[in-house]
Design a protein around this ligand. Structure first.
Ligand code: MN
Ligand code: MN
Length: 477
């Protein structure tokens, strides 16, 4: 029944006018939106499936960007100039990458920056990983980032990485993703013998030193040989990769959940997969800048490494890599006083720290203040602050910048919500926001909510994926 406007009571009319309306985003979509969601979701599934490590994500992102006219910085250094409309990228150590689209406005007026990260929690092989025990061969691991250790047992695992061999040559290894590839795994105790394990705390049931990956069980075919199973694995590695045991010392081999990202649910409204923190933001930010041409402001996307361990190292956000990239771009813009221009550029820039947040999960009550919580399917989440114990370590965006972003999102028809990562004093988390804020620019944390964050199968809503793309694109103008 359609209710005539006149029939509504004054109270109902007031409620409609004054009360906040943050609703499920699916309800407000038109045909074009629905088509775009399908296209973006399918492309994102491919991105997630093929980008299992930071190095692979850099490779895929650069390929996507080159198809849309981006060129490496060195080609601009060779021609000696950058002019409005130019599309530039710069890779550092194959693990982090920055993309720029030069604007027509003077760069000292500031850039629009979206920064995300492409590293994800995982198991790294130790420098001397291979050993034999009870006629089975294993790799020792040391985990990277925040994991729940019990997530990593009894699931198929893949191995990706780079080995620098004795002669200095480098090979890339990627095994466990193709259907015909073997996979690896970590065992768990059967329930029948778990009485002792079951009484332990969840953090102690599976230990860090217990995350040993089974890699083989067949000995080298020669009688009375000690550690024959280990030798057989070494022989395989030598035959296939020309690798010696010592070469593990100069390798980076990452163990991640094997297999493809998938549609989830009868309605296929969700995406499940490993590494969505923060590849969902990396992908949507990248897609957003690829779709922009000839902007007024200079646009920039940062896909950083090492966020999960504190943004440290020369590929982490705390490195001067980004500052140097901006200095290179300004140098080629032939401005006067480039040092001063760079400082002004940073001061006047605006940044979205594009990272995921924790959505309300009905299976776990009490984690959020529900009136201030992010929800799956309610659009891109603006997080004024993060941090823990009284916002410690947080960026805390100013009301004015939040207001400006709100306007931008509303005008572009982006469905958004506000949300805190979790209830006060329960825990917390950080992003790269505070690092860029050191330059004096305005920064706001902004991304989708996930369920099962940091697990081998994180869940995101397709409508949130789409709203992030739309939101980042609206900002990058
Ligand atoms: Mn993250
Ligand atoms: Mn994370």
């Amino acid at each position: 029944m359609i209710i005539d406007e006149k029939e509504k009571s004054i109270g109902v009319q007031l409620q409609e006018k004054l009360t906040r309306k943050w609703d499920i985003a699916w309800k407000d979509l038109n045909n074009e939106d629905n088509q775009k969601i399908q296209e973006i979701s399918n492309d994102y599934l491919t991105f997630l499936t093929s980008g299992k490590t930071e190095r692979q994500c850099v490779e895929i992102s650069v390929k996507m960007a080159e198809e849309k006219g981006f060129k490496p910085l060195h080609t601009y250094i060779e021609t000696g100039k950058i002019v409005p409309g130019d599309r530039i990228y710069m890779v550092h150590k194959q693990k982090t990458v920055v993309f720029f689209v030069a604007g027509s406005d003077p760069i000292e007026n500031g850039m629009a920056i979206v920064g995300a990260h492409i590293d994800a929690p995982r198991l790294d092989l130790k420098p001397s990983p291979l050993y034999e025990s009870d006629d089975m061969a294993f790799f020792k691991t040391h985990y990277y980032g925040g994991i729940k250790k019990y997530h990593w047992v009894t699931i198929p695992l893949a191995l990706h990485g780079t080995v620098v061999r004795k002669d200095g040559s480098t090979i890339n290894i990627s095994i466990g993703e193709a259907p015909e590839d073997p996979v690896f795994c970590i065992t768990d105790l059967l329930p029948h013998l778990s009485q002792e394990q079951n009484t332990k705390k969840m953090t102690e049931g599976i230990t860090g030193e217990g995350l040993n990956i089974i890699v083989g069980s067949q000995p080298y075919p020669e009688k009375d040989l000690k550690d024959g199973v280990k030798l057989n694995i070494l022989n395989h590695l030598y035959t296939k990769y020309g690798m010696l045991e010592e070469d593990f010392a100069t390798a980076e081999l990452e163990v991640v959940p094997a297999g493809a990202a998938r549609n989830v649910g009868f309605d296929e409204s969700l995406i499940g997969g490993y590494g969505q923190d923060d590849r969902i933001c990396s992908y949507t930010a990248l897609r957003a800048i690829l779709d922009r041409e000839n902007p007024k402001r200079t646009l920039c996307i940062i896909l950083a490494d090492k966020e999960e361990i504190g943004s440290v190292g020369n590929t982490g956000m705390q490195s001067r890599f980004f500052e140097n990239a901006v200095a290179e771009v300004i140098d080629l813009m032939a401005v006067e006083k480039p040092e001063m221009v760079m400082r002004r550029c940073f001061m006047n820039s605006e940044m979205l720290s594009a990272d995921v947040t924790a959505g309300v999960d009905p299976n776990f009550t009490g984690t959020h203040d529900k009136g201030n919580a992010p929800y799956i399917g309610k659009g891109i989440v603006l997080s004024k602050y993060g941090g823990s114990r009284g916002k410690s370590g947080s960026n805390d965006a100013h009301a004015e910048f939040m207001g400006k972003m709100r306007q931008t999102l509303e005008v572009a028809g982006v469905i958004w919500q506000m949300g805190e990562l979790g209830r006060v004093d329960l825990g917390g988390g950080g992003t790269i926001a505070h690092i860029l804020a050191e330059y004096g620019m305005d920064v706001l944390d902004c991304g989708p909510a996930l369920l099962s964050m940091h697990s081998p199968f994180e869940l995101a809503s397709k409508v949130d994926l789409y709203m992030c793309y739309k939101g980042y694109k609206a900002f990058l103008a």
